[in-house]
Design a protein around this ligand. Sequence first.
Ligand code: HEM
Ligand code: HEM
Length: 275
Amino acid sequence: MPSVESTSAAEHRPSGRSRRVWSLAIRLFHWGLVACVVLSFLTMKVETDLFDFPQNVHARAGLIALGLLLFRWGWALVGDHHARIGSWLRSPSVTLSYARDLMKRRADIFAGHNPLGGWAVLAMLTSLTIQALTGLFVTDDIFFEAPLHTLVPAAVSDTALWIHHLNANVLLALIVLHLGALLAHRCLGERLVGAMFSGRKTLPRGAHWAETDTETHQQPEQQSDQELDRTSDQQQGQRGSSGKGVEPGRSALMVRAALLALFSTGCVMWLWGRL
Ligand code: HEM
Ligand code: HEM
């Protein structure tokens, strides 16, 4: 697990007060996931006449969520710099020191997820994956059987259902925490939500990017968005042969994204066909 000091060279790329952090893949993943999860809770936890057969809608939303999660886990290994788990999962000591700085309102701004956020993201992705996977084996004992229900003994299906119910509450708590953290950062002047739409994060007045390199602060602050994008794309493509700083170019990333998307869609379609 890299510490803040040892984050890859890609994070040290020069840029001004605005940085491109969330790729289109991450943004599509995030908002698609939000839609599926909201629909999953709506169909199971809210009495509504909107759906004739809520379990069916629920299962389909859950399967799409599973596909998105499969993509995200793959992207956490082979995706762009800010998407990769190695860039946002920091050691407990770095996380603790960040939490202390945050309490004193003097924490630096991280281009990707901050150290506390990184652990929260890991918890959310894990809980969501458990939820989607256990859903595959359950039945409501009335109308609905999940795609893999008949492949496992009743004891396994019962355990999956028990976990599905229990983890639903854990997930809800994590989502509330997630939204609370976003609000807290907004109160501290950090606009994270806008970045999840536009892909770009902007440094609040008087704050610093949490990197060790001084180049960051020497860049002209008025550099245009296009120039910044060009710089980081060129650097992504150029970096390649030197160990820590290995960063795939744009076309390599597109091929990886396409392969992952193909794999995830294939899995979802197979499960969908068994509903
Ligand atoms: C069902 C509810 C939600 C779930 C399950 C959820 C889940 C997630 C996950 C898994 C990530 C990590 C993204 C990644 O690296 O792949 C994330 C990040 C993020 N989410 Fe959500 N999210 C939810 C609702 C929202 C809402 C309603 C907003 C906006 C109001 C939001 C704004 C953000 C932002 C800004 C980040 C990036 C945080 C950062 O800069 O570190 N999320 N969310
Ligand atoms: C991330 C995806 C998912 C989320 C967030 C989710 C969430 C939930 C929630 C909140 C409940 C109600 C639990 C309770 O009342 O305590 C539930 C129940 C249920 N879920 Fe999911 N679920 C997901 C995926 C799936 C999948 C993929 C399937 C099947 C293909 C599925 C099938 C079911 C069924 C059948 C129930 C009703 C169980 C019963 O009658 O007790 N879920 N789910």
